[in-house]
Design a protein around this ligand. Structure first.
Ligand SMILES: Cc1ncc(C[n+]2csc(CCOP(=O)(O)OP(=O)(O)O)c2C)c(N)n1
Ligand SMILES: [Mg+2]
Length: 736
């Protein structure tokens, strides 16, 4: 019988020539494969650098120096089983998981078939749907909370297996769920990125919930030109995080594939066993400057760079293979030649690849499957039941109907979870069980009783950290859950802005429909509170309508709130659901419970009052104020105002506006936010642009003064638009 040695390719040194050694359990074949992946990764960087210099590609950032730790992670974890939130230096990880050099080169040229984004993102922004490598962005650290949410989703589906089933009639039809009981989520970042707050928020939640997340800090000692001791107090991140409970910690030479493999094997085993998260701190090098746009010689002297070069994982691995008698020089040359030849073929092919066409640019900004403006989201309210005594039930407030909509939807769809600050009835659930307390259910009590009805794993409190809320929701929704999260006050939405502006609404577009993220973010907004002052009264909706990819709705009454919230929950896109605090319990706009299926499509305005002389376009808490003004104007001067409540700000109902202004020839746009650069400016500009021929008067706006909302009611009244301001503007415009 032929010995194993006989069948080995030339250059591979036989077992017999060396006493059998194990390298942390790695076989000789695995070590050769490690070198092949590492060398491929490095040479692919080199090829891209050449292509960039030849102006055949447009950006390059390398994984050079990070190859060993990347390979180690890739062989320890399982593609299409575990989940991956890598960062741009993870080329070797992706190769080890099964991504090909050709696919990576498609990213570099921006090809139509680039699997990460179809030419929409810079190369090395890894996303491979078939491998569970989730679409990556450029903001440093925003992946961390998403990875935490992803791990939470795996655990949730494990406990609610029914919820993973497909269902017709809503987003679930288009959102397949896969989960494994011992799956692990990988997330990586650089040493500089550990300075981001979201890193600490992610560590905190993973620790607290004992989530199976492997955090990998690839510490190359620099963040562009800023050295690690400037980023990290004391210069070593391992020391700072060592107090987090429930973690398994590793600090390793990330240029050594064998040591890295061992560190990963222990970490992954810990996570798979459900013991908690792991933290791998890998010391690596960065031999190629930060990116091709950076020249590190400007801030690193030669001696320091030479010290790094002496630790180059590619050279070290070559030496290791020779020293251990695993490959001789001939074997190494042969392997390298094969890699070079294969890369040449991949480069030639990628340079021929079809490019995306300009007509594709808006594709996948929103779901191609479920149109929020379609009849699928239109249904009538149920007639309210009459009680035995012949009396109709008392009409419900907006707060009541939001609460009952959440309850109905949670009953219908087990993928829904609610979380945010104070949304639970009581985190110490034994108090509820022992009936010692009634429960909180939100500072405005909108989620009251839902934890009681659906349990503490479906309705729970988050830490006081808005990025944490939205970032985790992004991870969960990407996996197929339907997080309906709450931001307690619009004024405090800003810590979540990175997630809201650069992540949530972009997941589908930037991944070329490879991933989607239909989460709902409910936000209490607005003033007219008498004492709310600056930080409990702000609006600012135009900052979000200015972001493609996210629907923004802003109901003015109870029935619309119920119908729009249900559409928000059932649709296949992210939604920012703005709830005006002043309207929560207003007498205006109360309504009977409309039943468990009442829906209003987005982008359909409501004509609150029909009229012929002047069109007023508004939404939110200005609606009742404008209505009062319009009624007074009609009583006093017989002017008939057509009052339009937009209800949904993105998409918005241009047809209704155009039809009305076409009829009245006069338009007033009214909104609660500050006048300049506000939402109404866009509406006014469109009217001026597209309906110019129909106008008999300039387009006017009424809005808040360009200042902040003050505490003293006299000041607040003067700052926010009042019915009298609206009346004056309507009168002026009618007389123009
Ligand atoms: C939020 C954010 N701020 C700034 C940048 C610009 N930027 C890109 S990479 C980088 C340095 C990252 O350093 P580190 O985390 O150490 O990773 P490394 O590149 O060294 O692997 C910076 C500042 C960014 N992408 N995102
Ligand atoms: Mg770094």
């Amino acid at each position: 019988m032929a010995t194993k040695t006989d069948s080995k390719p030339a250059g591979v040194v036989g077992e017999k020539s060396k006493t059998a050694k194990t390298y942390e359990g790695l076989s000789r074949e695995q070590l050769i494969e490690a070198y092949r992946i590492m060398f491929t990764s490095r040479r692919l960087d080199d090829r891209e650098i050449l292509l960039k210099r030849q102006q055949k590609i447009f950006f390059q950032i390398s994984g050079a120096g990070h190859e060993a730790i990347g390979w180690a992670a890739g062989v320890t974890l399982k593609p299409a089983y575990d989940w991956f939130y890598p960062y741009y230096r993870d080329r070797a990880l992706c190769l080890a998981l099964g991504a090909t050099p050709y696919e990576m080169l498609l990213m570099a040229v921006g090809a139509a078939d680039d699997p990460q984004s179809g030419g929409r993102q810079m190369p090395s922004h890894w996303g491979f749907p078939k491998l569970n490598v989730v679409t990556q962005s450029s903001p440093t650290g925003s992946q961390v909370l998403q990875a935490v949410g992803c791990a939470e989703a795996g655990r949730y589906f494990e406990a609610h297996a029914q919820a993973a089933k497909k269902a017709n009639g809503d987003y679930r039809q288009f959102k397949s769920v896969q989960f494994r009981s011992d799956e692990v989520t990988y997330v990586s970042l650089g040493d500089g990125t550990t300075s981001e707050g979201e890193f600490w928020e992610g560590m905190n939640t993973a620790s607290n919930r004992k989530l199976p997340v492997v955090f990998v800090v690839q510490d190359n000692g620099y963040a562009i030109s800023v050295p690690v001791e400037v980023q990290t107090a004391g210069g070593n991140i391992s020391r700072l995080v060592s107090g987090f409970p429930n973690f398994h910690f590793e600090e390793v030479d990330g240029t050594d594939p064998v040591a890295s493999y061992a560190a990963f094997a222990r970490s992954v085993a810990f996570c798979r066993a459900g013991e908690g998260p792991a933290f791998v701190h890998a010391h690596v090098i960065r031999p190629y400057s930060h990116s091709l746009s950076d020249d590190e010689r400007l801030y690193r002297p030669d001696a320091e760079r030479e010290r790094d070069a002496a630790r180059d994982p590619i050279t070290l691995m070559q030496m290791f293979l020779i020293r251990e008698g695993i490959l001789d020089e001939k074997g190494i040359n042969k392997l390298e030649k094969q890699v070079e030849d294969d890369l040449q073929i991949a480069v030639d092919q990628a340079l021929q690849a079809a490019l995306p066409t300009p007509d594709s640019i808006t594709r996948y900004v929103y779901s191609p499957d479920l149109d929020v403006a379609s009849a699928a989201f239109s249904s009538d309210p149920l007639a309210s039941e009459t009680a035995a005594d012949g009396k109709k039930p008392a009409p419900k407030t907006m707060a009541d109907l939001i609460n009952s909509t959440l309850r109905d939807e949670m009953r219908r769809d087990e993928r829904i979870v609610l979380f945010g600050e104070d949304v639970a009835d009581a985190s110490r659930e034994q108090y509820l069980q022992e009936k010692l307390i009634k429960g909180k259910g939100g500072v405005f009590k909108l989620t009251y009783g839902l934890q009681h009805d659906f349990g503490s794993d479906r309705v729970f409190n988050s830490p006081l950290a808005e990025a944490n809320i939205v970032g985790r929701a992004v991870g969960m929704a990407t996996r197929g859950m339907k997080p309906v999260v709450e931001i307690q006050f619009f004024d405090y939405i800003w810590p979540a802005m990175m997630q809201l502006r650069n992540e949530l609404p972009l997941i589908r577009w930037r991944s070329n429909n490879g991933f989607s993220c239909p989460a709902v973010v409910r936000v209490a907004i607005g003033g007219y509170l008498t004492g709310g002052a600056i930080y409990h009264s702000q609006c600012g909706e135009s900052m979000f309508t200015h972001t493609p990819g996210m629907h923004v709705v802003f109901p003015s009454n109870a029935l619309d709130a119920a119908g729009l919230l249900r559409t928000a929950i059932r649709c296949d896109d992210p939604v920012l659901f703005l709830e005006h605090k002043r309207l929560y319990r207003e007498t205006y706009g109360r309504a009977a419970y409309p039943g468990p299926d009442y829906m209003i499509p987005f982008g359909k305005a409501k004509i609150v009052q029909a009229g012929t002389d002047l069109t007023v376009i508004t939404y939110g808490a200005v609606v009742p104020r404008a209505l009062r003004a319009a009624q007074k104007l009609e009583r006093e001067q017989g002017v008939k105002v057509e009052l339009i409540d937009l209800r949904s700000l993105n998409p918005f109902d241009w047809e209704t506006i155009a039809e009305s202004v076409g009829k009245t020839s006069r338009a007033l746009v009214a909104y609660e936010d500050t006048l300049s650069w506000g939402y109404g400016a866009e509406i006014a500009a469109r009217i001026a642009d597209q309906l110019f021929d129909r106008l008999d008067a300039p387009v006017r706006r009424v809005a808040a003064k360009d200042t902040f909302v003050a505490y003293q009611p006299i000041l607040e009244d003067a700052i926010l638009p009042q019915a009298e301001d609206l009346l004056r503007a309507m009168k002026d415009l009618a007389e123009y």
